[in-house]
Unconditional design. Sequence first.
Length: 343
Amino acid sequence: MKIVHGGDVWQGGAPGEYLDFSASLNPEGPPDWALAAMAEGLENAKYYPDAESKAARAGMAEYLGIPEECLLLTNGGTEAVSLAANAPFAAVAAQAGGRPGRHVIAQPAFGEYARACGTWEDVAWDAAVNYAFRPGDCLWMGNPNNPTGAARPRDEVLRMLARAESSGGRLVVDEAFIDYCPEHSARDQVQYRDALIVLGSLTKVLGIPGVRLGWLAAHPQVVARLREGLPPWRLNSLAEAVAAALPGHGAYFEEIRRKNAARREAFAEALRGLGAWVYASRANFLMCDFGRDMRSVAEALRQEKILVRPCGAFPGLTDGHLRLAVRTEEENARLVAALRALL
């Protein structure tokens, strides 16, 4: 199956020529402390990385607030998705009748879940909070969700987990955008609950998609089994250096959350002024329904070196929906002006 992603700035010319609203990244790029860490990592590129990623795991575990034995560092968030789809609990036989467990995806959702699962069933994201788990079911949910930006409160996620446990089911929560609303995270529960896997990525909040730094959090027994058979040196020296440097930068993440929230609300109001329905979001992007096919508008914007993401590839959505990254005030205003001229 073909998965459509944003962030395709390799369409001719230099990547920096494009104003990219199709990929939800920190518009200010990596912070100085991450750049300094990557410079140190580049100095170490002449050596093989630490096969155990000891400093990187310690730094990431401290940042996430979970024990190191619950953490598996990954080559980006997509590798974390692939590993979760093959986790020990995901394909075990159900207690009743020996039926194999099923993957169930709360839709609309990031397309890599479906690719990793191979076969799956759908449930609406809004309805998933009351999903009736069957023995062996593995429910996948983004929190905040991609592409809508909606976020479930932590207590709702924990109630879903309790229902999964009582029915012999399992829950995978993708927290790739949780850095923008960390109060919603359930990752601290993995050390106690072997029915839960939580995924994440530092790509978005640090603006480093080329470095590929993700994570998977699960019960220590699940992590140990996942680690078996994985090749060494899966993280490069730059990614390891950034992970090791994460502790001590809480003020940076607080500032990014504050800036994003203010920009997001102003951007949403401007888009409503164009007649779009804007979905409530806790992430660093907005999904908008313009009530008409936006593919020709997206192409016209591309000719102006502005990239946006039509959402027709997401189940339940149409090409009248655009997912738009929240960028700087000036960049958001430029897109709004371009949309106003085209609409």
